[in-house]
Design a protein around this ligand. Structure first.
Ligand code: ASP
Length: 427
């Protein structure tokens, strides 16, 4: 059985058990909840997510040093410009789709009359970073601190500088470069080892998630929920395939088929950062994007490119405005597009971060921030879905950039067996 099938079965079985446990009344206080759902199963899930995260910093740093040390300054600038441009563009498209759909479906209309508005004290948003701080924060003062706290953009900047310095350091640089290349192989081998544990990890994560999910809340906010889901679906099934076909010149169906594993992991972990090691491995070894491009574009995408998150923010803004019966002007909508696109730059790819940056968006257009309390109950499941869109967007941009740089390997893309985890599947 291949890895995808194993992960899928584990997901479904885990989710069903979790859902069953909740429906049969084995919630908080029961022995199943104490010893299994929030005992053994939670331990299993957390260990899995931790071990994925464990690889992020070494993987990003080492592979980016390798990538940067084979690029010249000019290439690097061009690559950076293209990547940033495509990321901002796709995010802006995503949020525009979300705003349009939300205005048409009007999920919050009339809700204010029937539902109580949350009072100001029930939801105190965490302070989101301002855009100015975000930009300054890209430049590290201390590389060790940046790595210790997992600041992705800072690690990227340091790795780029270090990689470029290698090319200026003659023979010594050459020796360091081959050391990093060897290290990269070892880390990739570690990623492959850990992916094999994914079915167990996913089983645990899905069990706990579905046992804790507030299904009644989802029913109450059905319209909002569905609007986000439809917008996510339009983005992944219309916008991305068009970009992949026109700019990436690849078959989108094949692309998504190859991306199944990181997509499933993104869904079960709700974290594009934790999924990054698997996304990188897949995009390089299964899709055929050259390491030079993937090691640069993908880690950047984890923090900068959040199409799915922007979609949720667009719908949420309209929903909250309709709930409080506040008219937004065209200028307000443009502000939403701009702020949500910029806010995604500073956000780390971890669960629930989209809600924190949503506060920033709401503030910009003068909507009540406590409105976030209205949608918090359904955010978990939406977070899982939008993370899938987030990482698919990263993979899409990596493919397009690689194609335009002549760094896309069509033979790898055409080969169904390229980069499979299980040896036996290759025969
Ligand atoms: N969980 C999302 C991610 O990691 C971020 C968010 O939307 O909250 O990509």
């Amino acid at each position: 059985m291949n890895l995808t099938a194993r992960i899928l079965i584990a997901m479904v079985v885990g989710g069903l058990i979790g859902w069953g446990v909740q429906t049969l009344g084995y919630g908080a206080g029961s022995w199943i909840d104490t010893y299994l759902t929030h005992g053994l199963i939670e331990v299993g899930g957390s260990i899995f997510v931790n071990s994925l995260k464990l690889m992020v910093v070494p993987l990003v740093f080492v592979s980016l040093v390798c990538g940067a040390s084979s690029l010249s300054g000019g290439n690097l600038g061009r690559l950076g410009g293209k990547t940033l441009g495509l990321y901002l563009f796709t995010t802006a498209v995503a949020i525009t789709i979300a705003l349009t759909l939300a205005l048409v479906i009007a999920p919050g209309e009339g809700m204010g009359a029937t539902t109580d508005a949350p009072d100001k004290t029930t939801f105190v948003p965490k302070e989101a970073q301002s855009i100015k701080e975000t930009i300054i924060d890209v430049f590290p003062t201390n590389p060790v601190a940046a790595m210790a706290s997992g600041k992705m953009l800072q690690i990227i900047v340091f790795a780029l500088l270090f990689g470029v310095a290698i090319t200026h350091a003659g023979e010594a640089g050459g020796r360091i470069r081959s050391f990093f290349e060897d290290l990269n192989e070892v880390i990739m081998a570690l990623v492959t080892m850990l992916i094999k544990l994914a079915p167990i990890g996913v089983f645990c994560l899905m069990w706990k998630l579905f046992a804790d999910m507030s299904w009644t809340e989802i029913g109450k906010l059905g319209m909002y929920f569905m609007t986000v889901v439809i917008a996510l679906f339009v983005h992944i099934s219309v916008v991305m395939p068009i970009l992949l076909t026109v700019l990436g010149r690849v078959n989108p169906l094949r692309f998504f088929k190859k991306m199944r594993e990181p997509m499933l992991l993104a869904f079960s972990t709700s974290s594009s950062a934790a999924t990054l090691p698997v996304t990188m491995r897949t995009v390089e070894e299964r899709v055929g994007v050259d390491e030079e491009v993937a090691s640069f574009v993908l880690p950047m995408g984890v923090t900068i490119n959040m199409d799915g998150t922007a979609i949720m923010q667009g719908v949420a803004t309209v929903f909250i405005a309709q709930f409080y019966v506040i008219e937004l002007t065209t200028l307000d909508y443009l502000t939403v597009i701009l702020t949500a696109t910029m806010a995604s730059i500073g956000a780390a790819g971890v669960p629930g971060v989209g809600l924190i940056t949503l506060a920033l968006v709401l503030e910009q257009v003068g909507l009540p921030v406590e409105g976030i309390a209205l949608i918090i109950g359904v955010d978990r499941l939406l977070d899982m879905m939008r993370t899938v869109v987030n990482i698919s967007g990263d993979g899409t941009v990596a493919t397009i950039v690689a194609r335009s740089e002549g760094k896309f390997d069509d033979a790898v893309f055409a080969d169904d067996n390229a980069g499979l985890v299980y040896e036996e599947a290759r025969q």
